[in-house]
Write a protein that binds this ligand. Structure first.
Ligand code: NAD
Length: 468
């Protein structure tokens, strides 16, 4: 039977739960069950009890169940996308809600089909040593509000594949999306293998510090990541930390500005700028500066923004008031400093919703707060540089290093610049694209640990050597 939006919502909401409002309209989406620390503890106990049987299944059985879970997401894709759009704000179309639900199935299938074989290390007649990858136990996952479904799948799919059970604490801003995702996934999984417990930061801290959580997958801000590192000391907990970023893009003087403008736009404004590895500061060589500004302005000012359920829109509201205020403050400060607003920068204060127009800011100093702080929203500073050396120095000057990009007609020249940038990923002539087989992770204060592909499977398993 086809799952409808109303059925899905009725299954995951609780009449006494926390109100979750649509960031585009202020309307009630639903009431999310926010749970106590005791409920979380019970979920961890049940996940621990379920883990040996899950690990005891054959590898093929776990693969098949993950593939069946992907099929279940496909069958419920429309109601899931609608809920995601209402709760998170992102439009159905463009690289947004339907795209995110599609990414969930892609990642589940790719993870199910990726193997991490045991290795024979030495077998020379005298020594026989093998490396095996064992499950860790219960893996905890804590996520943010920007890509709530996709990031949850990134965190849990490898953990389940490797024989761990999982307990997830979603963001307090987007719990319904994750509860709905888990409800659908659980139609294909045994009981207590995947549990979502909604709540706020206090519940996250409990999960992060719990002695029965063998490994924590965390995606969120650097500040929360630092608190988690401190609390992990007591249990020597393994961590994968995907933290904040302030990705730089560097445009070389040989580009065709019109040809790259669309890709530059989406690099910066995907999910209305609320993306960890979005282009957040653009350094453009002076020879092409004016032309890049003008081509990017043409593309940016033509992009429709509005309520996510309207099929025409590709940009939506900021997800919450706090994020709206950050973007507003940073753009106002840039304007006050004398920077030039090319488009946007003037939100409609009358209408409902946290809509901030897609904004480009030119002639801005490299130490302006809009450049050096993470805006996490639709406002891109464009900084003029006199040389590529200057751009590389400025790109590397901050204490974060998630992604970065180099834009050039000459791939070899771009790669040479890429090698000098301190970031976990450097894209050439694009920004922010991820793939389930390509490892992803940050350097510096953007965190540590890798997700995706074989590296992602290793990160949720315990290497064990059998020697003899
Ligand atoms: P956040 O750190 O405020 O919250 C993330 C999660 O941590 C939430 O579920 C929250 O309830 C929980 N939390 C809060 N306090 C906690 C504590 N003491 N212990 C454990 N958990 C706690 O981040 P956010 O505002 O939701 O997300 C935005 C940030 O996430 C941005 O900085 C963005 O760059 C980053 N991000 C990074 C990636 C990546 O892959 N590197 C991806 C998406 C977002």
């Amino acid at each position: 039977m086809t799952l409808t939006y109303d059925d899905l919502l009725a299954t995951i909401t609780d009449p006494g739960g926390r109100e979750i409002l649509d960031p585009a309209t202020g309307d009630l989406v639903g009431r999310a069950p926010f749970r106590s620390v005791e409920t979380l503890d019970e979920a961890i106990t049940r996940a621990k009890a379920a883990q040996p049987a899950w690990a005891g299944r054959t590898d093929d059985q776990r693969k098949e169940m993950l593939l069946a879970a992907a099929d279940a997401i496909d069958a419920a894709a429309e109601p899931l996308a609608e809920l995601l759009s209402r709760e998170q704000g992102k439009p159905l179309n463009g690289p947004n809600a339907r795209f995110e639900v599609g990414a969930c199935t892609n990642w589940l299938r790719a993870t199910a089909e990726t193997d991490l074989p045991d290795l024979t290390l030495i077998d020379d007649g005298e020594t026989h040593a093998e490396l095996h990858y064992r499950p860790l136990g219960v893996v905890g996952a804590i996520g943010p509000w920007n890509w709530p479904m996709m990031i949850t799948v990134w965190q849990i799919a490898p953990a389940l594949r490797m024989g761990n059970t999982t307990v997830v604490k979603p963001s307090e801003y987007t719990p319904l999306s994750v509860l709905a995702l888990a409800h659908v996934l659980n139609t294909a999984l045994p009981q207590d293998v995947l549990t979502v417990v909604a709540g706020d930061g206090e519940l996250g801290a409990r999960l992060a510090g719990h002695p029965d959580i063998a490994k924590l997958m965390f995606t969120g801000s650097t500040r929360t990541g630092q608190a988690i590192i401190k609390s992990s000391a007591d249990t020597v907990k393994r961590l994968t930390l995907e933290l904040g970023g302030n990705d730089a893009g560097i445009v070389l003087p040989d580009v065709d500005p019109k040809a790259i403008a669309q890709d530059l736009f989406w690099g910066a404004f995907i999910n209305t700028g609320q993306t960890c590895a979005a282009l957040k500061r653009l350094y453009v060589h002076t020879d092409v500066y004016d032309d890049v500004c003008s081509a990017l302005t043409d593309v940016t000012s033509a992009m429709p923004m509005g309520r996510g359920l309207d099929e025409n829109n590709v940009l939506g509201p900021l997800q919450n008031k706090a994020q709206y205020d950050i973007v507003s403050r940073l753009v106002d400060a840039a304007r006050d400093s004398g920077a030039r607003i090319l488009t946007g920068g003037d939100p409609d204060s009358e209408g409902p919703g946290y809509f901030y127009p897609a904004t480009l800011v030119a002639d801005i100093d490299s130490d302006n707060p809009l450049v050096v702080e993470e805006q996490f929203g639709p406002a891109l500073p464009i900084i003029r540089v006199e040389s590529i050396d200057e751009a590389v120095e400025l790109a590397n000057a901050l204490d974060v290093g998630l992604g970065s990009s180099v834009w050039s007609a000459d791939a070899d020249a771009a790669r040479a610049v890429a090698a000098r940038i301190q970031a976990g990923t450097v894209w050439i002539n694009s920004h922010g694209g991820v793939h389930p087989m390509i490892p992803f992770g940050g350097v510096k204060m953007s965190g540590y640990g890798l997700e995706f592909g074989v590296e992602g499977l290793k990160s949720v398993s315990a290497p064990q050597v059998i020697n003899g």
